[in-house]
Design a protein around this ligand. Structure first.
Ligand SMILES: Cc1cc2nc3c(=O)[nH]c(=O)nc-3n(C[C@H](O)[C@H](O)[C@H](O)COP(=O)(O)OP(=O)(O)OC[C@H]3O[C@@H](n4cnc5c(N)ncnc54)[C@H](O)[C@@H]3O)c2cc1C
Length: 476
């Protein structure tokens, strides 16, 4: 490498979310330890200081117990949900390495909150725990960026969009064409290029093409997602990559339909009911635990011809138990409240007779088993068109509460196929020389997303790939 040329680097990383920051930082740290002088370009479409992408908006719930051990049940969940399609080698590597990732972050100044969940039955084998960084994903990215800024051999190219991969005559990826904010193109060169630039949530054309009709009904759960336009996937497809994950799949969540606040998720469906604008229930809210159903109910509200408009409804018994708490507190709006179901319906602007009928029928169909939110309690309805399998408590203790909800897009599933070293693979299984990918733009989930693992995988495979790339560079 000619180190004198300003457009030459040892590594180009595209995207400055968890995956990109972890790749760049681990590459720099490992190289420094090996006393190898390197130059890194971190190419980012967003502006300096802007909350671009997903990582800067997520609360970053992590599927870890209080000792930062990864949920041992996740691999089985991945196998079941994906009907055996998930890449189990990748899953096993995440399970093995997640704790080291969390420890690495702690060592770098990220503070983790250990959350002991007392009200909601988690499907994790973490003794009712999960973990989140203090200050959420925004704080975690800032910590990583602070460490990156200590390296004067790391150049962050803000407002610079990667457009195309460059290759040498034999097909080895050796750089990226970028588009600067003045609209002009420039070529940057490096023997290795890491794509960490997110999914295609921000690209209506790709959503419609891959996921299908009515994707335009979905709003993004956070504004930073508009930057994730699938360019990484397009660039890799152009040089012949294979794909993985369900291309018609996405992680959606129910969010408060009244607010423009990002990430205003309403998680409470398991312990109440959700109706569409015709006041009909459309999903078994208690089929399984909250985190095993929060995506499915949102997908059904959007995809199941309900106009993506619904209402989560509950009564004082449930509301008093769960507030304050993360289940109903992500929104900045108070729920609608009324002393009768008819009044509630009038406030919501739905048919009072129909809402009353739905709730009366639901109440009459609940069995007499005791309610226990910490178990799949078998407190179910029978005889309804759609029954509720657990936690079916009659809504009979006023006041009654309702949140208007709509499904919002959190992330897409379809992406680039990689091996466990984060090398991008061609359809014949051979790595594409010089091309790497980490984070959400690598395909993993099929049919659904056993959650609280997306952040962990972005961080973990970023960490491992950064280290591996530095070792490879040092050996040359
Ligand atoms: C509101 C919200 C809540 C979530 N909650 C959780 C949770 O609790 N737990 C969990 O595990 N997961 C959660 N997720 C998912 C998780 O946050 C993401 O999967 C993860 O942060 C993705 O990280 P990433 O580094 O792959 O991508 P991103 O963080 O999206 O970073 C990609 C970066 O690439 C940039 N970029 C895009 N295209 C280009 C280009 N062509 N050139 C240059 N730069 C480009 C973008 O601007 C962006 O900065 C949530 C997501 C959201 C939005």
């Amino acid at each position: 490498m000619s180190v004198n040329r300003s457009d030459r680097y040892d590594l180009i990383v595209v995207g400055s979310g968890f995956a990109g920051c972890m790749t760049a930082l681990n590459f720099l740290e490992t190289s420094q330890n090996a006393r190898k002088h390197v130059r890194v370009a971190l190419v980012e479409a967003g502006k300096n200081g802007e909350r671009c992408g997903a990582s800067r908006w997520t609360g970053a719930f992590l599927r870890l117990d209080r000792d930062l051990n990864f949920d041992p049940g996740w691999i089985r969940e991945m196998t079941d949900v994906s009907d055996g399609q998930a890449d189990l080698e990748y899953c096993k590597k995440l399970a093995k390495e997640a704790r080291a990732t969390a420890e690495y972050l702690q060592d770098h100044g990220v503070r983790f909150i250990r959350h002991a969940e007392e009200n909601v039955l988690l499907e994790f084998e973490t003794d009712q725990h999960f973990v989140m960084p203090e200050g959420g994903g925004w704080a975690m990215v800032q910590v990583l960026m602070e460490h990156l800024h200590r390296f004067d051999n790391c150049e962050v190219h803000w407002q610079t969009e990667a457009r195309k991969l460059l290759r040498d005559p034999r097909g080895r990826v050796n750089g990226v064409t970028v588009r600067r904010s003045n609209g002009l193109l420039e070529d940057l060169y490096a023997p290795d290029v890491m794509l960490s630039c997110g999914g295609f949530e921000g690209n209506q054309e790709m959503l419609a093409r891959h996921v299908g009709p009515t994707t335009d009904q979905l709003s993004l759960i956070a504004p930073g997602l508009r930057y994730n336009r699938g360019q990484g996937l397009k660039m890799a497809l152009d040089v012949g990559c294979d794909t993985a994950g369900s291309f018609d799949g996405m992680h959606l969540e129910l969010a408060d339909a009244r607010t423009s606040k990002p990430n205003a998720a309403i998680y409470g469906h398991s312990y109440g009911i959700v109706v569409d604008e015709q006041c009909e229930r459309f999903y078994d809210e208690g089929k399984r635990q909250l985190f095993a159903t929060f995506e499915g109910i949102a997908v059904e509200l959007w995809r199941g011809h309900h106009n993506n408009k619904g209402f989560f409804i509950t009564d004082a018994t449930i509301m008093e138990r769960f507030r304050p708490g993360w289940v109903y507190e992500s929104t900045d709006r108070e729920p609608f409240q009324a002393d009768t179901i008819r009044e509630l319906a009038m406030t919501l602007g739905v048919d009072p007779v129909q809402l009353h009928r739905t709730i009366s029928e639901f109440n009459a169909a609940c069995n007499d088993k005791p309610f226990d939110p910490m178990q799949l309690d078998g407190k179910a309805t029978s005889g309804l068109r759609i029954n509720k399998s657990n936690w079916a408590t009659p809504l009979d203790n006023p006041p009654y509460y309702a949140f208007p909800v709509t499904a919002q897009l959190v992330f897409t599933f379809g992406g680039i196929k990689v091996n466990t070293d984060s090398q991008v693979l061609a359809p014949d299984g051979a790595p594409i020389p010089g091309l790497w990918a980490t984070g959400e733009l690598t395909g993993l989930y099929y049919n659904g997303n056993p959650p609280l693992t997306s952040v962990l995988r972005c961080l973990t495979f970023g960490r491992l790939a950064g280290t591996l790339l530095a070792q490879k560079t040092a050996s040359h």
